[in-house]
Design a protein around this ligand. Structure first.
Ligand code: OGA
Ligand code: NI
Length: 346
């Protein structure tokens, strides 16, 4: 084995120890007494025959919460389970078997990374209590799987099948979201162009001896258009900021979590909200999640949709290419990010 990396890596046999590397400054710590389980993000049944109502429900969730869960979404539940299982197996490999996948510098296609925040006073990196496997994907061209691990052996085929299903769900959702904005069904799909960028991250949060001192993922908004998040049942870790308070997104059996990301907020001229969310750790159980993101390609020009601008609703953001936005996002690595704000006119 090579040099011990600056961050520690967990596996089933070797739990992480809670060293100072993981302990957040007081200000950044999750305060469990401030989290509500009473309020809940909407749970939307996509199996309904009443499409007009479905469009309304999605619209109001995008306006109010920026997050919702969908059930009867059309993706076989067995496939969802397998997609989490292969990721659990990947993260549980002994360090020697996954060390070739690990990077400690920056997020890289096909690599396992640890997110961090910077202590704003000391500029020291504080590691998240998590590992993240980041990769690109595509709904139809499964060439991307060559960049995925071949151990566990089913990893590539399961993720390829899951990618195809998520691709279809995204097309459906973009259609319903377009209709909710008063636009033609294929409006957003056309607007986003041909070569969409598809990225994914599988997150592994090992049990943590003191969840009050750590985070699994710091508060952030997703920078793409839409995120489809599959989370493990029976353990809560995702929190969403609603009216200044953290709300836990308790997993619903068979559901997928959908969230509005930055580009959709900007395209909708702030009608829809890309909201802050975070992942917390817990003492007893590990937690695995799989986030599939879709965005435009880097050359695509993004600006508020013309049809949504009038005298009373002036364009709130300037034109930019998605590549510019991603560069700004990367520039803010480790800081409390405010990326949309850089492109805001007022
Ligand atoms: C993400 C994310 C939340 C979770 O991957 O962007 O917000 O519950 N994940 O793992
Ligand atoms: Ni996220």
């Amino acid at each position: 084995m090579g040099r011990i990396p600056i961050f520690q890596w967990a596996n089933e046999a070797n739990p992480l120890s809670l060293t100072s590397k993981f302990i957040l400054p007081q200000l950044n710590r999750p305060n469990p007494t401030c989290v509500s389980h009473l309020d809940s993000v909407p749970i939307i049944d996509m199996g309904t025959d009443n499409e007009a109502q479905l469009i309304q429900e999605i619209k109001s969730a995008c306006q109010g919460f920026g997050f919702f869960q969908v059930v009867n979404h059309g993706i076989p539940l067995e496939l969802c389970k397998n997609a989490l299982d292969v990721n659990t197996k990947l993260f549980h490999l002994p360090y020697e078997e996954k060390s070739h996948l690990v990077t400690t510098t920056h997020l890289e296609d096909g690599k396992i990374f640890k997110y961090y925040v910077k202590d704003q006073q000391t500029q020291e990196k504080i590691s998240m209590w998590a590992e993240t496997f980041f990769h690109t994907w595509h709904p139809h061209d499964h060439g991307f799987t060559h960049n995925l691990p071949n151990n566990p052996p089913q990893y590539r085929s399961v993720i390829a099948a899951y990618a195809t299903e998520v691709g279809s769900l995204i097309v459906k959702l973009l259609g319903l979201i377009s209709r909710g904005l008063g636009l033609e069904r294929d409006y957003l799909k056309t607007k986003l162009g041909q070569n969409l960028s598809y990225t994914a991250q599988a997150n592994y949060y090992p049990p943590c001896p003191n969840p009050e001192l750590t985070l699994g993922l710091p508060a952030h908004t997703d920078y793409n258009v839409l995120t489809i998040l599959l989370q493990e049942e029976g353990v809560t870790g995702l929190h969403v900021l609603k009216d200044g308070n953290w709300v836990a997104v308790d997993p619903v059996p068979g559901a997928l979590v959908v969230n509005v990301a930055d580009q959709l907020q900007i395209l909708s001229n702030d009608r829809y909200k890309s909201v802050y969310h975070r992942a917390v750790t817990n003492e007893e159980k590990k937690r695995v999640s799989l986030a599939m993101f879709v965005g435009p390609n880097h050359d695509t020009v993004v600006e508020p949709i013309e049809e949504l601008i009038d005298e009373n609703h002036p364009a709130l953001y300037r034109r930019y290419t998605f590549g510019e936005f991603v560069r700004e996002f990367r520039n803010q690595e480790g800081k409390p990010r405010k990326v949309k704000e850089v492109f805001k006119k007022y």
